[in-house]
Design a protein around this ligand. Structure first.
Ligand code: DHB
Length: 308
């Protein structure tokens, strides 16, 4: 009942992990692959291996989380190789590969590596990492985003989605939608963590990098996530799928994201806290809500948010 399509690719379950959580190595990816999730996305890869920021770099409490990992990852070669193995084992399953780089030229470099590979799934370009010191969240710079997308779509041949940071102003949604709608983008994933929050613990910041500033996740960001999903749903060409991410830990949360327009939903903070068996619970809860309301497919209510 939870089957879905993103950019024409079919998935048995519309629920999956959010990039960054439980997806940094083959062992973790194997657990996601074996879980009830529809598929997985890898940790955002860069060209070279990265150690990431100093620890502690993650802190979680009941209503949210803060992180400043700083893009630790095993390198694009590692994830391309890993996903290739899953692809060969499960030729009917589509996987997501997340990539980014610091600086425009290196973004093109990593996408050329992916373009030349035999990866057959969906590529996610992360334009919204808030945790590398001195490097802005690219998508907050509209001109740069437009220039990057213009260049990429001259030669990139694989289906490409983009991971966006949250926006908070209607004119920003308008401006960014005008840019995105110019390109054959496969999907938009909203949202990345709310950048540069700060959590106080005792009389100190809760994490060490960047003097405590880091990306917020978990239940506290759900209203912002839903607003972003729906704002894109209202503005983007209908050919562009929407993935909803932010504040999902129950079937009800997933239902709300889909109602706002998401075709797929991703679980981050709650997955980190509960592990991959969480997908079974969220799946059952979402199916129960749908049964109770008389919906047999997610397309029966996707985007059908009512206004007063
Ligand atoms: C990291 C955090 C993000 O929100 C992101 O999009 C990419 C990387 C990190 O700190 O590792």
């Amino acid at each position: 009942a939870l089957k879905t399509k993103v950019a024409g690719f079919e998935f048995d379950n519309c629920i999956m992990n959010a990039s960054g959580v439980l997806c940094s190595d083959v062992t973790s990816l194997e657990k996601l692959d074996q879980s009830a999730a529809g598929t997985f996305i890898t940790k955002t890869a860069t060209i070279e291996y990265r150690e990431g920021n100093v620890k502690p770099r993650y802190y979680k409490y009941n209503i949210g989380s803060i992180n400043s990992f700083g893009l630790p990852n095993m390198s694009i070669d590692y994830y391309l190789d890993a996903v290739k193995q899953f692809q060969e084992k499960n030729p009917n399953k589509t996987y997501f590969l997340s990539v980014t780089e610091m600086g425009e030229d290196k973004i093109y470099d990593i996408l050329k590596i992916v373009n030349d590979s035999d990866f057959e799934g969906l590529v996610e370009l992360n334009l919204s990492c808030p945790n590398v010191e001195g490097k802005p969240q690219v998508a907050y710079d509209f001109e740069t985003t437009e220039r990057i997308l213009t260049e990429i779509f001259k030669w990139f041949k694989k289906p490409l989605g983009i991971k966006l940071p949250p926006f908070f102003d209607m004119s920003h949604f308008d401006q960014m939608a005008d840019i995105i709608n110019q390109f054959p983008i496969a999907y938009v994933n909203a949202i990345n963590s709310i950048g540069n929050g700060l959590i106080v613990h005792d009389e100190s910041v809760a994490i060490k990098p960047k003097q405590g500033f880091g990306g917020l996740g978990g239940s506290i960001i759900k209203p912002t996530a839903l607003a972003n999903v729906h704002a894109w749903y209202q503005r983007l060409n209908p050919e562009i799928s929407i993935i909803g991410t932010g504040g999902i830990s129950t079937g009800q949360d997933a239902f709300e994201h889909i109602l706002c327009g998401a075709s797929m939903v991703q679980v981050g903070t709650a997955l980190g806290h509960n592990g991959p068996q969480l997908f079974e619970r969220i799946t059952q809860e979402l199916e129960a809500i749908m049964t109770q309301k008389g919906y047999s497919e997610i397309d029966d209510f996707r985007g059908q948010l009512q206004y007063l």
